[in-house]
Design a protein around this ligand. Sequence first.
Ligand code: R5P
Length: 313
Amino acid sequence: MYSDLAVFSGRAHPELARAICARLGRPLGRCDVFEFANENIFVQYQENIRAQDVYIVQPFSSPVNTSILELLIMIDAARRASAGRVTAVIPYYAYGRSDKKDQPRVPITARLIANMLETAGVDRILTMNLHAGQIQGFFNIPLDELNALYTVAAYFRTKDLHDYTVVATDVGGEKRARDLAVKLDLPLAIIDKRRIGNTETTEAMHVIGEVEGRNCLILDDEISTAGTIVSAATALRHHGARDIVVSCYHPILSGPAVERLKALDVKELVVTDSVPIPADKLLDNTTVLSIAPLLGDAIGRIHSGQSVGALFQ
Ligand code: R5P
């Protein structure tokens, strides 16, 4: 249906794009992306992409708003270069928390970005662990949402998890944590977390489940300021938990996150490379699991018209 497959990268995470290409056994496509002195972004594909099946890798990582706009411009350039099909590969979709009008006079930014991507001319989306599954429905085009659960579970299966309980940081994350608990055959506990207004401040209230004298594996979708993790760990220790291991799919690590995590006595922090982690934010106890094989295999399957769901069976 489409001629060759071509993978390109914006400036957000070229290392991940290169690792995806290595998995696919093909070179990363050449594309110039830079900013003029006036901060206007320029994009030019340096090879022919006419009729090709084009994949643009760009998580919405810091600087978030630039990453989003850059992807939109790359999609526009690909469309105007007569690409056969354009897929945006967005391992981390920012603004996921802005997915409903839950207060007066607020936007639904996750939906706005979906509209902008479609207006730019993207044909498909390949993403991973959205903050809320409903965001899939903001798109009127095909979207594949991958799940790093399998990558994370495979890693933890190599560990001795004797006496561990998987912990969800809030009620909304219960299913995510339960899926991991089931895969690892471990019990589950849930923190009753409340966010204080629109601030980054969270307060852990109660722990639902048995954690006294047990080791805890806290799972969250993302760590932004690490406020949630600190509250969760504090509540767990207060309830008599022993060792604490933390895992998340998207290590955003913004603002005070690194200092907070340093101060927190956690045994290990296990994350994926859905977003780049600058060297100064990489703590000694951090294990980074690559999702490049998952994304590479999904791209290969989408290109050849095979099932993506079969990856998870
Ligand atoms: C919230 O609903 C999410 O699942 C995460 O718990 C949250 O985004 C983490 O943010 P922070 O690290 O700033 O507490």
